[in-house]
Design a protein around this ligand. Structure first.
Ligand SMILES: [Zn+2]
Length: 416
C-alpha cells in the first residue's frame, strides 16, 4: 500500500521542530505560551492546502480538523491526537535538527556541545536502529520529537488519505493540543466540537509500542495536630506535631511500596511534601497503582500506620483526606475492546511486533478516556525526550504513519 507513496513525515517534522512551542507551568493563560499558536497556525495552513477546509485554530490554542468519511457504512468517528508543546525542562528555542543518514551504530557527537554524546550504551534502542536515518538536535536544545513526531505523523496520514480517495474509511478527526507537558492539555478541550467516538494519541516511544494502561492515582493529605504549650513550661503537656509526623514517616517501609523500590506493575505510596510547626504538621502523599482497588488498600494501610503513631503520642489528633486524581484508562478501554484490538492489528499489518506497555504515570489519554473519549497511546519513535539527547528514526515515524492509515482502514473493514 505504501510502496509508491513518498512519505512527507520527515520533511514536516524537520519544519515543525524549528518553531519554539515550549509551554510554561508558571503561566496562568491558555495556552500557557502564545507562541504555541505559531505552530498551530502553520498546521492549519498546511491542512487547508491539503483540502481540509474546516481546519481551525481556536483561542486556547487547539487545532481541530476533519477528514470526511467516504465509506458507505455507518462508522464511529476516530480521532488522532498529538500535542504541539515541548517540555519546560529543556530549551526548545532555535532547534537545529540534524539528519544522520544510514546510522552506523557509532557515537553521535552533537556539534554545538560536543559533551553531548548519544551512544548505544546509554540508549540501547539505537542498536535496533542501525541503518535508519536518525534525527537529533545540535546539542543545546531538545529536539521536540515529543510530540512533534506525533503531529507530523498525523499530518502525513492526512496527506496519504487525501491522495488515496480509493481507501475506504469513516470520518477522521485531527486534534492538536497545547500544554500537555504541564498537565493542562485537555483543560479547554471542547469534546462536543471534536465530535469523536474513540481516539488515539501518538506520543509513545519505540516502534510497535501500544499503551493501553496508565496508573490510577489518588492524593492523600494528613494533618497532625499536636498539643501546644509554652516551651519553658511544657513538661508533660506539649506534644510536638513535627515529631509525630517524623515518627510517622519513619514508620513507612524503605524497601517496598516506594517509587525508588518499585517498577513494572508495582504501585507505591509516596510522601511528596511536608510542612509544619509544633502545633500542626501536614504530610502529603501520592498513591499509585494500576489496579484501582489497591489504592483503597494502600490508603487503609496508611491510615493504620497513622493510628499506630497517634497511640504513641497521646493527645495528638489527625485528619486523613483522600482526593481522586486520575484513573487507569484500561478500565474504559476494556469496555470497548475493538479500540485496542484494531490498534494491535494495525501495528501488525504494518509489519511490526507489538510492544504492549503501561505508563507509570498519567497521560492526557487517561483524562480523555474518563471524559468520554477512550484514548490509548501509539508509538511515534520519539526517544530520550525532554533532553538534549532526544532522537528519532525517520523509518519509525514512517511506520507510525502506516500504522494509523491501516487503523483507519481496519475500523472500516471490521464494521458491519
Ligand atoms: Zn509527549
Amino acid at each position: 500500500m505504501f510502496q509508491s507513496y513518498s512519505f512527507t513525515v520527515a520533511a514536516r517534522f524537520l519544519r515543525y521542530v524549528q518553531t519554539d512551542t515550549q509551554s510554561d507551568p508558571q503561566s496562568h493563560t491558555y495556552p500557557s505560551t502564545e507562541k504555541q499558536k505559531n505552530l498551530g497556525q502553520i498546521l492549519v495552513d498546511e491542512l487547508k492546502s491539503m483540502g481540509i477546509s474546516d481546519a481551525t485554530l481556536d483561542s486556547f490554542g487547539y487545532v481541530y480538523a476533519s477528514i470526511p468519511g467516504n465509506s458507505p457504512k455507518h462508522l464511529p468517528v476516530i480521532c488522532f491526537c498529538a500535542h504541539m508543546d515541548t517540555a519546560p525542562d529543556c530549551s526548545g528555542k532555535n532547534v537545529k535538527p540534524i539528519v544522520h543518514k544510514n546510522y552506523s551504530g557509532a557515537d553521535i557527537v552533537l556539534p554545538d556541545d560536543p559533551s553531548q554524546i548519544i551512544s548505544t550504551n546509554d540508549h540501547p534502542y539505537l542498536k535496533e536502529r542501525v541503518g535508519d536515518d536518525i534525527i537529533t538536535a545540535s546539542g543545546t536544545t531538545l529536539l521536540g520529537a515529543d510530540d512533534k513526531a506525533g503531529v507530523a505523523i498525523i499530518m502525513d496520514m492526512a496527506n496519504f488519505l487525501i491522495q488515496h480517495p480509493e481507501l475506504s474509511h469513516g470520518t477522521i478527526k485531527i486534534l492538536f493540543t497545547p500544554d500537555e507537558e504541564i498537565g493542562r492539555g485537555v483543560d479547554k478541550l471542547d469534546l462536543l466540537r471534536l465530535g469523536a467516538d474513540f481516539g488515539y494519541t501518538l506520543d509513545a516511544g519505540e516502534r510497535g509500542t501500544y499503551e493501553d494502561e496508565t496508573f490510577s492515582a489518588d492524593a492523600v493529605t494528613i494533618h497532625f495536630h499536636g498539643v501546644s504549650a509554652h516551651p519553658g513550661y511544657a513538661k508533660d503537656k506539649l506534644v510536638n506535631a513535627i515529631k509525630v509526623a517524623a515518627a510517622f514517616i519513619d514508620s513507612l517501609p524503605k524497601d517496598e511500596l516506594s517509587p525508588e523500590s518499585t517498577e513494572d506493575r508495582y504501585g507505591f505510596v509516596h510522601p511528596v511534601r511536608t510542612e509544619g510547626i509544633a502545633e500542626k504538621t501536614t504530610v502529603e502523599f501520592i498513591i499509585r497503582d494500576f489496579v484501582t482497588a489497591k489504592l483503597k488498600a494502600y490508603e487503609d494501610w496508611l491510615r493504620d500506620k497513622m493510628e499506630d503513631v497517634l497511640k504513641k503520642f497521646p493527645g495528638t489528633t489527625s485528619e486523613f483526606t483522600v482526593r481522586e486524581q486520575y484513573r487507569n484508562m484500561k478500565e474504559v478501554l476494556d469496555i470497548h475492546p475493538q479500540v485496542s484490538g484494531h490498534a494491535v492489528e494495525a501495528i501488525q499489518r504494518a509489519g511490526m511486533k507489538v510492544r504492549l506497555s503501561s505508563a507509570r504515570g498519567g497521560t492526557d489519554g487517561s483524562r480523555l478516556s474518563f471524559m468520554g473519549l477512550p484514548c490509548p497511546n501509539i508509538f511515534t519513535g520519539e526517544m530520550a525526550f525532554h533532553g538534549k539527547q532526544e532522537y528519532i528514526s525517520i523509518q519509525d515515524m514512517q511506520k507510525a504513519v502506516e500504522t494509523i492509515v491501516y487503523l483507519a482502514k481496519i475500523w472500516d473493514e471490521k464494521a458491519d
